[in-house]
Design a protein around this ligand. Structure first.
Ligand SMILES: *Cc1c(COP(=O)(O)O)cnc(C)c1O
Length: 473
């Protein structure tokens, strides 16, 4: 099979193959890598395949040329063997044609484990092949950080530096990061918002000397490998829901996805481009509703980030939306660059109406505020005796509100375990969700982190020097 190459959404970085894209994260021109061609789904994928089999078949065309097929299959097998539910991404029926695909059975209790557990292993493989080391730097609104730390701790070719917004992640989220005291892990609590953290990471990558001297690599959802890994559960969930419903395997389904950085729902769109039959793709936001505003007004507008009950979606600059803009604009990299530059400088930019028309053909969007989120969690507890995390509740309520065809199954992506956001769950239901045993005695373990101002110099001071990066092996 010939290898797929990847190009930047800004058009001024070299085209790369998968292994390079994996290590690069962000392109050198500030753009995001997208596959040059999108492969067609392997027709042998079926509802009887294990999760790892589906994932291997879905992802293989994207990585072919950079990995050996047997090695890749073994890496994917090992990745999902560490999940704590036999179905990996189990389905629960909530109502007529209404399904929950629960993605919270990884080691850090959120869907981010699906991509990051794989990414850690792929990085290790690639770095060993090249005899290199890297410093992975990432910004987190709470869940990416812990998922990255758990995927990368004690890997000796990798240092991990994770920036989280001080006081804006839940206590469980913070502890899942700061109690990992492996020598290759650094936690930085930034005095600012998630968007400040994300800007600092972009700034670090934009500083060529720093990028080279620290050997920076990114695991944020801007890394293509994450988008790729997530496409697999859309394919797997659709096949299994259709099989359980007795519908033909090529019937359409709809997905509702709680959205922040636009990574997860973008993966659903790639699954659709690969040939998965998808009716509606529903973007569900909390009151930080930048995407809902784009859909309604056709303009990118900046707004203050406000803290909500679903903190992993408290984002007003959804990085991965750039990938969609690039495709909606027929890959006009110059136009994408201009649009985002004017958004950066003016805080406002009008998207070409022709691009918006294509985007509105593919997606619908809705928002839910905190009061609505609590109501939905309460309803789910009353009707199903189920505790639901607040992000998933946003996805469920918005999905039900936007669903337009009762004959098409609606699959809501469950993005976290309720115990990760116990405060909101208790406020809604009066119940205290218990942490699964596999996370250990989190609330009594020692924490280690540094508080820093939102400035690149403060980040730089915590990055290992090149001598550290190239240290003895
Ligand atoms: C990261 C996260 C989201 C948002 O996902 P995006 O890919 O950023 O859109 C939603 N819910 C939870 C629990 C998350 O951790």
């Amino acid at each position: 099979m010939s290898a797929i190459s990847y190009r930047s959404t800004r058009g001024r970085a070299p085209q790369l193959e998968f292994g390079d894209v994996l290590l690069a994260g962000l392109a050198t021109d500030g753009g995001l890598y997208v596959p040059d061609t999108v492969p067609t789904l392997d027709p042998s994928i079926s509802a009887e395949d294990s999760y790892a089999q589906v994932a291997t078949k879905v992802m293989w065309p994207f990585v072919a040329g950079s990995l050996d097929a047997d090695d890749f299959e073994a890496i994917v097998e090992e990745t999902y063997a560490g999940f704590s539910h036999p179905d990996i991404a189990p389905l629960f029926q909530l109502g007529a044609g209404e399904w929950l695909c629960d993605l919270s059975y990884g080691p850090t209790l959120a869907f981010k484990d699906f991509a990051l557990q794989l990414l850690g292993r792929l990085l290790d493989y690639e770095l060993t092949k090249r005899d290199q080391r890297v410093t992975v730097i990432g910004a987190t609104s709470g869940d990416t950080g812990s998922a990255a730390i758990h995927a990368l701790a004690n890997r000796d070719r990798i240092n991990v530096v994770i920036l989280h917004p001080e006081g804006r992640v839940s206590e469980v989220q913070r502890r899942q990061m700061t109690t990992v005291t492996a020598p290759n892990v650094t936690n930085l609590a930034v005095q600012g918002t998630f968007d400040d953290c994300q800007d600092l990471v972009k700034e670090a990558f934009g500083d060529h000397d720093l990028r080279v001297s620290a050997g920076l690599a990114a695991v944020n959802s801007i890394n293509w490998a994450r988008v790729m890994a997530q496409t697999a559960y859309y394919v797997s969930a659709a096949r299994r829901v259709l099989a359980r419903t007795g519908l033909p395997a090529d019937s359409p389904v709809s997905f509702s996805v709680p959205t922040g950085n636009f990574g997860n729902v973008l993966s659903a769109w790639y699954a659709k481009r690969m040939g998965l039959a998808v009716d509606q793709l529903i973007i569900a936001s909390n009151r930080n509703d930048v995407l809902t505003r784009v859909m309604a007004t056709g303009a990118l507008t900046l707004a203050e980030v406000v803290a909500s009950f679903s903190p992993s979606m408290d984002i007003q600059v959804s990085s991965n939306f750039e990938r969609l803009l690039f495709e909606a604009g027929d890959r006009d990299a110059e136009a994408v660059t201009r649009l985002l530059a004017s958004f950066r400088s003016e805080g406002h930019a009008t998207v070409d109406p022709a691009w918006m028309a294509r985007i509105r053909d593919e997606f619908v969007a809705g928002r839910l505020d905190d009061a609505g989120t609590l109501d939905e969690m309460r309803r789910v507890f009353r009707e199903h005796q189920m505790l639901m995390d607040p992000h998933t509740a946003v996805g469920l309520q918005v999905g039900r509100a936007q669903r337009n065809n009762p004959d098409v199954p609606l699959i809501v992506m469950g993005t976290a375990d309720p115990a990760k956001f116990g405060g909101a769950v208790t406020e809604a239901t009066g119940q205290v969700p218990s942490l699964p045993d596999r996370v250990g005695d989190l609330m009594n373990m020692t924490e280690r982190y540094e508080v820093i101002p939102a400035h690149l110099d403060a980040v730089r001071a915590h990055l290992p020097l090149q001598s550290g990066v190239d240290g003895n092996d």
